[in-house]
Design a protein around this ligand. Structure first.
Ligand code: HEC
Length: 509
């Protein structure tokens, strides 16, 4: 009798010990190898979501708040993984990338239970981006106070929110597709703005009586603060030069005049006349960086003191190792490449576990996605055993000679799709169209990009096509020849010389 009771107690202790340690072995859906005999387990926290644009962990409630693009805010209890709808932000205007975007929780949430959200609204024909403070009580929102409204657009609305350790709120705004805002320090778009927790301009802002803290940004998609207090952002370039910036007051980050490292003659000339700050990391071809989170835990020592960056086009989780000063990136590793699809948001809990949110139900899903159960929130944590099978770090083969198909998939397929069909109303098809059939026009479009409204096969397109002037003549020849002989097209190839002559004799219209 006694003996069996003791036995039950021991088994009970063992079971609860495993439960306290996080997910049980059988809950893991995948494993990732991150070092010699060092593994992470991935488990599903929630599924069936629709573009969870931001996820934020809150310690006092041991929960994760989720903002979905159509306007819903939910809370996931991390003790049970149960999800509870908290609020629907009224008047959210959702189209393509516009909708409910960034979210921040007040750092003193126990005393000040406020959730800050930014989102787009539409009034008449005009789109605006609005920042609102929500009051949370008993798992519901009980009041709502708009703090600031700025210009918005159908795209390039940013935006992320974050508090610093002194309790100031930063709002990274998009340039709203404007050609002038980012370089105009008197407007609020294409900026990082700084304000009090009640939306007021702090007396010690770098420009007196202005929200503007730093400028020269295109479309910030991630923002975090390191343990030493450095503010970091991730930003979308157009066809080239995605960036990570270390944001400091009054600095100008260069858009729309320049982007990426200051490495061309034109850029060096601009910088010699008026100072611009270089990114601490840039990517060409672009990866479409999204959520950014400083990781500072010893539970995953390999990743301690790094920036975790998730990406959309590149569909991966990147670990960007910081130096001791947390101002330089001196290592980059890529995980989960193309495995869960587009990843938009990342957060960590106080134990050093990582959470990521997929974005496969957004406006631009990639081939093979969404997967069953998308969009998902996944938990990534350290495991103390050796799994039978696991995912490895992704290493790109840079020595590989790239053919037309590879180049097309690198530079064009994220928009026009691998099959050239595009997305009706958003990205035009490249199948038997007039432009694809016209060599000069095709080369010109790729060299200089395209803005303004066009009509292709009876459908209107009003988005911008970026310029690919940075590609070599031979690469453009390979891409255009591939397009003209694929997807049902059967036109002649384009040679390197034809591209060279076109580049020499033409300018942007
Ligand atoms: C970021 C998304 C994006 C990428 C990447 C992109 N395009 Fe485009 N492309 C567009 C959009 C949007 C338009 C329509 C522009 C407009 O409405 O003015 C367009 C238009 C075009 C057109 C003209 C269509 C017509 O019938 O007039 C061609 C041709 C084209 N793109 C080819 C390419 C090729 C080749 C690549 C790769 C080198 C590429 N694009 C990369 C978004 C993109």
């Amino acid at each position: 009798m006694r003996r069996s009771r003791l036995y039950i107690v021991i088994v009970g202790l063992l079971v609860s010990a495993i439960a306290c340690d996080g997910a049980k072995n059988q809950d893991f859906i995948d494993y990732i190898k991150i070092g010699e005999d060092s593994y992470l387990g991935v488990s599903k926290v929630q599924e069936g979501l629709e573009v969870p644009w931001d996820i934020q962990f809150n310690e006092s409630t041991n929960s994760i708040f989720v903002a979905e693009i159509k306007g819903g805010i939910s809370e996931i209890d991390l003790n049970t993984n149960a999800i509870n709808k908290v609020y629907n932000v009224p008047n959210v205007f959702h189209r393509r990338t516009a909708g409910l975007l960034g979210m921040a929780l007040h750092p003193d949430f126990d005393q000040k239970p406020f959730i800050y959200v930014c989102y787009t609204i539409k009034e008449g024909d005009s789109v605006y981006a609005e920042l609102t403070k929500l009051e949370y009580k008993d798992k519901k929102i009980i009041s709502n106070k708009p703090l600031l409204k700025i210009e918005g657009a159908n795209g390039h609305n940013g935006s992320r929110l974050i508090f610093d350790s002194k309790g100031y709120l930063y709002w990274a705004t998009g340039d709203a597709h404007s050609l002038t805002h980012a370089q105009d320090s008197t407007t609020l778009n294409g900026k990082v703005l700084r304000m009090t927790d009640d939306g007021q301009i702090p007396p010690d802002n770098p420009i007196s009586n202005s929200y503007v803290y730093a400028w020269g940004f295109r479309n910030i998609q991630g923002m975090t603060i390191t343990s030493k207090g450095n503010l970091m952002t991730s930003e979308h370039g157009d066809a080239i030069e995605d960036e990570i910036n270390w944001v400091r007051p009054l600095n100008n980050y260069g858009w729309i005049d320049i982007e990426g490292y200051h490495d061309t003659e034109k850029e060096k000339l601009i910088v010699s006349k008026s100072p611009r700050t270089e990114p601490i990391k840039a990517w060409t071809p672009v990866i479409a960086p999204a959520g950014l989170k400083y990781y500072g835990h010893s539970v995953i020592p390999e990743w301690n003191n790094s920036l975790l960056l998730v990406s959309l086009k590149n569909q991966s989780l990147r670990v960007l190792k910081l130096d001791q000063s947390q101002t330089k990136i001196n290592g980059e590793q890529v995980f989960l490449k193309d495995y869960y699809g587009r990843i938009r948001a990342v957060t960590t809990d106080s134990k050093g576990n990582i959470y990521i949110a997929t974005s496969n139900k957004d406006w631009n899903p990639q081939k093979g996605f969404p997967l069953v159960g998308d969009d998902k929130i996944l938990k990534i944590e350290k495991v103390n055993f050796t799994p039978q099978s696991y995912l490895n770090e992704y290493v790109e083969d840079i020595a590989q000679v790239k053919d037309g198909k590879t180049l097309y998939n690198m530079y064009c397929a994220s928009c026009h799709k691998e099959d050239g069909k595009g997305i009706s109303g958003t990205f035009p098809p490249l199948i038997k169209t007039e432009t694809v059939g016209n060599k000069e026009k095709l080369i010109h479009t790729i060299l200089y990009g395209l803005t303004g409204e066009i009509e292709v096969s009876g459908v209107k397109y009003d988005q911008a096509m970026p310029s690919f002037q940075f590609l070599s003549d031979i690469d453009i020849a390979k891409i255009t020849s591939y397009v003209r002989s694929s997807f049902g097209n059967s036109q002649s190839a384009i040679g390197e010389t034809e591209v060279m002559i076109n580049r020499k004799n033409t300018t942007k219209n």
